[in-house]
Design a protein around this ligand. Structure first.
Ligand SMILES: Nc1ncnc2c1ncn2[C@@H]1O[C@H](COP(=O)(O)OP(=O)(O)OP(=O)(O)O)[C@@H](O)[C@H]1O
Ligand SMILES: [Mg+2]
Length: 239
């Protein structure tokens, strides 16, 4: 489903050039659950933003479902971003005064699909049901636990039934119990067939995935099944 070859991303800040990705090549298939790991600054978010079509590589190719992303028109790109990819950011990016339901519904309000309010609410309710929050739909983020808040963000990402769910440090701000709740949710989505890519610096989180890709200085230094991944094994092994 995802095929990237020799991907480079150079940021230019004034006269300085930062080579954030240096020749990354990866294939990710349907229904894989992949962890992307690496030290701070190794290029994980840059890679995720590229996969999510939020950022364009400086060079290299990215094929999504057999279509080269750099050759897509802006309309096609918008379509891919809205319909094919769900993004969960580390900072939850929810509106604090709005209910869970309103937060999940929001992207639909701005979608080109001109849905009736009734249809939007039904879709948002369905998404909240999938993450186990049917009984918290009227709560605002401040009336929810950290894990529940993150599940609202995940519900929002699932709204359009994206083919690929991208999550950049989805458990970065959560305690270990809450982290486990969120991971169980990812795992059950994966069991339902969802393709999931998670950036994490925690071996525990990676051990929930099937495959671990490690980046260092913008390059892939390891790509193997989670049970073979050194870091994960040292942390107690794949569950
Ligand atoms: N918009 C930007 N402009 C300039 N440089 C950037 C930009 N975004 C990232 N960088 C640089 O690119 C490199 C890779 O950054 P990136 O955010 O991908 O790292 P990361 O692996 O996600 O790190 P972290 O674990 O801290 O989130 C870093 O050196 C960073 O400073
Ligand atoms: Mg990052």
């Amino acid at each position: 489903m995802i095929r990237i070859r020799d991907l480079h991303r150079i940021y230019r800040v004034g006269v300085e050039e930062i080579h954030a990705l240096r020749g990354v090549s990866i294939d990710i298939g349907r229904n894989e659950m992949v962890a992307i790991m690496g030290a701070s600054g190794s290029g994980k978010s840059t890679l995720m933003n590229t996969l999510g079509c939020l950022d364009r590589p400086t060079s290299g190719t990215y094929e999504l479902d057999g279509k080269e992303v750099s050759k897509m028109s802006s309309t096609e790109l918008a379509h891919v971003r809205n319909e094919m990819i769900g993004f969960v950011f580390q900072s939850f990016e929810l509106l604090s005064r709005q209910s869970a339901l309103a937060n999940v519904e929001l992207p639909l309000v701005y979608s080109r699909k001109s849905l009736s309010p009734k249809a939007r609410i039904a879709m948002a309710e369905e998404a909240l049901g999938r993450v186990g929050l049917s009984d918290r739909m009227d709560h605002t983020p401040s009336q929810l636990s950290g894990g529940q808040t993150q599940r609202v963000a995940i519900a929002r990402a699932l709204l359009n039934s994206p083919r690929i769910l991208l999550a950049d440090e989805p458990t970065g701000n959560l305690d270990s119990q809450t982290t486990e709740d969120v991971l169980r949710l990812f795992r059950s989505l994966h069991a339902e067939g969802q393709t999931i890519i998670i950036v994490t610096h925690e071996n525990d989180v990676a051990s929930y995935c099937q495959r671990v890709i490690r980046l260092r200085d913008g390059q892939v230094i390891a790509d193997c099944p989670a049970h073979e991944d050194e870091g994960v094994r040292l942390a107690g092994g794949a569950r």
